[in-house]
Ligand binder design. Structure first.
Ligand code: GDP
Ligand code: IMO
Ligand code: MG
Length: 439
């Protein structure tokens, strides 16, 4: 059986958690492979509404192995609180495993995250402030602490001392901030390690054995491809190493790339972004406000960040960027989310090209100022007023909505197999079962 990767095709918050929760029923193992607590995946199912930051969205099925892979950076305190929250709400977390190779977000990472943002001044990225970026920075700088170090009672004090000596010099001398106390961190993190230890294992072997047994593996991406370090709107991107794009999934979990045969691209029916950086189709009029409040779709699904609560910037669907991220990821199947939110617009627009310095362009320029100066060229289509949240068959959608979906499909260049018309598990139209049989 192949491994399937689910990725975000925009700037994050496309509804990946919701799509993973839907598809996980067909899989034996669901794993996160990149990012950290900066991710916020919302799931609404029979058990309630949940915001997950580290635990894979497959956790709600008691019989699946859920695994946090080596490519993830883990904040132990936040992870343990997430596990406790799930247990208190009746979700079985006994099938959760954590990679011993994953890196740990330590207290200095939050300090550096906020100090870096201050130093960037007008060039601030608008990070989530979770310390995720600096934890990846330390991973690449080879001064990170891994879960294996954290849970090793004999070695952890020594590793902490080495790293903290280094980081305190950086914090004091470079950032002009107060140094951090060794003893209190040691006590706090040793206690957290005791609680984390039962979950920790060599997840690489677990995934590889599952793959050898022919089980279906679902790899849950975080963020969106336009936040990717290499391919996104740099420097207004996130820092995940391996990348959040599908190619990073194999590395972040310990499988060879040939194990991945399908890539599900999750795209929202319009565009959102949190934090700063270019967003060519961003709207500043009443349509932006309407999208932010969830349009004419399911109530209570307004566009505010799952991790930080920040208002998301909203705009029309960007078909140029959607085609770009589809090709970057090798998307074989699209899940289009929040179609219900577009109910109630007299017309809807899709960006099909840009104008830049008087020329028509159809690619994202690498240079940040150019990317910020793109003027979208739109196709305008008639909107619809019908509530679509209870539609389960594509033919029951309003004609205008079908036309809109088909145009997006052309621009993405991959079949739309799932259309989400509400945040709850069953609020979906499935046009092709991508997990069944011989696709
Ligand atoms: P993720 O980070 O990609 O998992 O996405 P988030 O959970 O951060 O943001 C997606 C938001 O859209 C959440 O509030 C979801 O509950 C909501 N959502 C997902 N799919 C749909 C849908 O089809 N319709 C509506 N109205 N809301 C949806
Ligand atoms: P999910 O998985 C949306 C954005 C931040 C900021 C930039 C860098 O829920 O889709 P960071 O804290 O990573 O250094 O911030 O990336 N960002 C996200 N935006 N969804 C996410 O994750 C994000 N993770 C990071 O807002 O602009
Ligand atoms: Mg999110």
């Amino acid at each position: 059986m192949p491994a399937v990767v689910i990725i975000g095709g925009q700037w994050g918050d496309e509804g990946k958690g919701r799509v993973v929760d839907f598809h996980a029923r067909y899989c034996s193992l669901i794993a996160r492979y990149s990012a950290g607590t900066n991710a916020g995946h919302t799931v609404i199912n029979d058990l309630g509404k949940f915001a997950l930051h580290l635990v894979p969205a497959g956790i709600f099925y008691g019989d699946k192995t859920c695994l946090i892979g080596n490519g993830v950076v883990i904040d132990p305190d936040k992870l343990l609180k997430e596990i406790a929250m799930l247990s208190e709400r009746g979700v079985d977390t006994s099938n959760l495993l954590i990679s011993d190779r994953a890196h740990v977000i330590m207290p200095w990472h939050q300090v550096i995250d906020s100090a870096d943002e201050e130093l960037r001044g007008s060039q601030a990225i608008g990070t989530t402030g979770t310390g995720t970026g600096p934890a990846f920075h330390d991973k690449v700088s080879r001064i990170g602490i891994r879960v294996a170090d954290l849970i090793n009672k004999d070695k952890f004090p020594e590793r902490l001392e080495e790293v903290l000596n280094y980081k305190n010099k950086v914090i004091e001398k470079l950032y002009d901030r107060e140094s951090l106390n060794f003893t209190s961190i040691l006590e706090q993190y040793s206690a957290l390690a005791d609680r984390l230890r039962p979950y920790v294992t060599d997840t690489t072997s677990v995934v590889q054995e599952s793959h050898e047994r022919g089980e279906m593996i679902l790899l849950e991406g975080a963020q969106g491809s336009l936040l990717d370090l290499d391919s996104g709107t740099y420097p207004y991107v996130t820092s995940s190493v391996p990348a959040s794009v599908a190619a990073g999934a194999a590395i972040g979990i310990g499988l060879g790339p040939t194990a991945i045969e399908r890539v599900v691209g999750v795209y929202k029916a319009y565009q959102t972004r949190v934090g700063y950086g270019a967003m060519p189709t961003e709207l500043f009029d009443e349509n932006a406000e309407k999208l932010r409040e969830g349009g004419g779709g399911v109530a209570g699904t307004s566009e505010y960040g799952t991790t930080t609560g920040r208002a998301r910037r909203c705009g029309w669907f960007d078909g140029v960027l959607a085609g770009y991220t589809s090709r970057l990821n090798g998307v074989t199947s699209v899940a289009l989310t929040r179609l219900d939110s577009l109910t109630g617009f007299s017309s809807v627009k899709i960006c099909v090209a840009y104008e830049l310095n008087g020329k028509r362009v159809t690619a994202l320029p690498a240079e940040v100022n150019e990317a910020s100066n793109l003027v979208p060229i739109y196709e305008e289509m008639p909107g619809w007023s019908e509530d679509v949240s209870s539609v389960r068959n594509i033919n029951d959608l309003p004609r205008e909505a079908i036309q809109y979906v088909r145009r997006i499909e052309q621009l993405v260049g991959a079949p739309i197999d799932m259309i989400s018309v509400g945040p709850e598990r069953d609020q979906a139209i499935v046009t092709r079962d991508i997990f069944g049989g011989n696709l």
